[in-house]
Design a binder for this molecule. Structure first.
Ligand SMILES: NC(=O)c1ccc[n+]([C@@H]2O[C@H](COP(=O)([O-])OP(=O)(O)OC[C@H]3O[C@@H](n4cnc5c(N)ncnc54)[C@H](O)[C@@H]3O)[C@@H](O)[C@H]2O)c1
Ligand SMILES: O=C(O)C[C@H](O)C(=O)O
Length: 227
């Protein structure tokens, strides 16, 4: 779901709420009326967590587990920051986590992140012992990347957002690679002591359980969501 006004320089994503929430009420009615009840929904327009929650409220026939929002762009940004820092290929970094909102309050977490090296898999925290960089510059860069792009090109990220949307849908439909999780904004079932009934970015494993049915498994704990 891409429709919605983008923010301009100096604005936060939540400043788009008054413009974009009415759009998502309308889109929800259209989904409620015309979409298959097992459709999979990815909300990209900001503020994504709120817009996804609006869709969930106003399209009640679509199961809440089928409504997600995009935090994969933040996830990819975090992988890329780590890869650049450690001078490795981005494909060799995995299992960062974006917690929370697609906003400047998100928490990019490297505590479980892994790098594949010629000597096997190693924790990022073992390869980069500069706690100050991990706790400050890394987190700020990922939190502020959207704003930095708007400042530089006077428009929101485009290709990286499209690519992240493809990554999100591919992993949701085909499953996350073994031993890997990704970040997705999903309806909270109370895992990790996050309040229920909000759309929140968690580490998610997508597991295909049988043809045509998918299980969204919140990783690190045994809480399951069936989609
Ligand atoms: N979650 C993310 O990672 C991420 C990344 C990039 C952009 N975004 C967000 O995606 C949204 C779109 O960004 P963009 O750069 O493509 O903006 P854009 O202005 O290029 O495109 C917005 C689109 O929304 C359509 N639109 C406007 N009003 C509408 C309505 N009432 N109903 C349906 N569609 C309507 C417009 O016709 C246009 O095609 C913005 O909210 C932006 O902040 C999110
Ligand atoms: O920052 C924005 O407003 C656009 C998008 O959400 C992004 O993260 O690039």
């Amino acid at each position: 779901m891409l429709g919605g006004i983008p923010r301009k320089e100096g604005m936060e994503r939540k400043d788009m709420m008054s413009k974009n929430v009415p759009i998502y009420k309308e889109q929800a009615s259209a989904l409620e009326e015309h979409a298959a009840s097992d459709c999979k929904v990815l909300v990209v327009a900001n503020p994504v967590n709120t817009n996804a929650l609006i869709l969930k409220e106003f399209a009640p026939s679509i199961p809440e587990k089928n409504i997600t929002c995009l935090t994969r762009l933040d996830h990819n940004r975090a992988l890329s920051q780590i890869a650049e820092r450690l001078k490795v290929n981005v494909i060799d970094v995995k299992n960062v986590i974006i917690w929370g909102n697609h906003s400047s309050t998100q928490y990019p977490d490297v505590n479980h992140a892994i790098v594949t090296t010629p000597n096997g898999e190693r924790p990022v925290k073992e390869l980069d012992t500069d706690d100050h960089w991990l706790k400050n510059e890394f987190i700020n860069t990922v939190q502020q990347r959207g704003a930095a792009i708007i400042k530089a090109r006077k428009a929101s990220s485009a290709l990286s957002a499209a690519s992240a949307a493809c990554d999100h849908m591919r992993d949701w439909v085909l499953g996350t690679p073994k031993g890997t999780w990704v970040s997705m904004g999903v309806y909270s079932d109370g895992s990790y002591e996050i309040p229920k009934d909000i759309i929140y970015s968690f580490p998610v494993k997508c597991v295909i359980i049988k043809s045509g049915r998918h299980k969204l498994k919140l990783s690190l704990k045994n809480s399951l969501q069936l989609v």
